[in-house]
Design a binder for this molecule. Structure first.
Ligand code: RTP
Ligand code: MG
Length: 131
């Protein structure tokens, strides 16, 4: 996902360019605006974390881009491309180093496992949308 601040600030094109140049194929993509309840469902894995409420409020504050990406070793390679969760710790040249504003407004989300990538893809896309 491209998160609300990065989308609102017009970084979608630059972020997608970096993703494609890193060798990912876009298999599905759309712009959506989540309700806080939608975000709560998407981030249910974090429901016990202290930042859950703030995270759900943030992710529902404006439109986002959701996409399914394909690549060998996609989960690990995407996390390397986006950089550390906190942009203060993100390596030079990573998406978060370039476009994140804060730990919360950190530009992008990446799935943390193949299993969660499948679950998260099905949250946004029906079978016929997954090309
Ligand atoms: P993401 O799921 O968004 O790709 O980020 P991540 O794996 O790097 O980080 P994760 O631990 O899954 O946390 C999800 C998002 O919650 C926000 N966060 N806030 N206040 C805090 O301590 C805190 N920790 C994490 C971040 O925006 C993070 O991306
Ligand atoms: Mg995560």
């Amino acid at each position: 996902m491209i998160k609300p601040d990065a989308f609102a600030d017009g970084h979608t094109g630059a972020i997608l360019k970096m993703i494609e140049e890193a060798g990912f194929t876009i298999k599905a993509m759309k712009t959506v605006k989540l309700t806080a309840e939608d975000a709560g469902q998407f981030y249910a894995v974090h429901s016990e974390r202290p930042f859950y409420g703030e995270l759900c409020a943030y992710m529902s504050k404006g439109p986002i881009v959701a996409a399914i990406l394909e690549k060998e070793n996609a989960v690990a390679d995407f996390r390397a491309l986006i950089g550390a969760t906190n942009p203060d710790d993100a390596a030079e040249g990573t998406i978060r180093k370039l476009f994140a504003k804060s730990l919360e407004a950190n530009a992008v989300h990446g799935s943390d496992s193949d299993e969660n990538a499948a679950i998260e893809g099905s949250f946004y896309f029906s079978e016929i949308e997954k090309i």
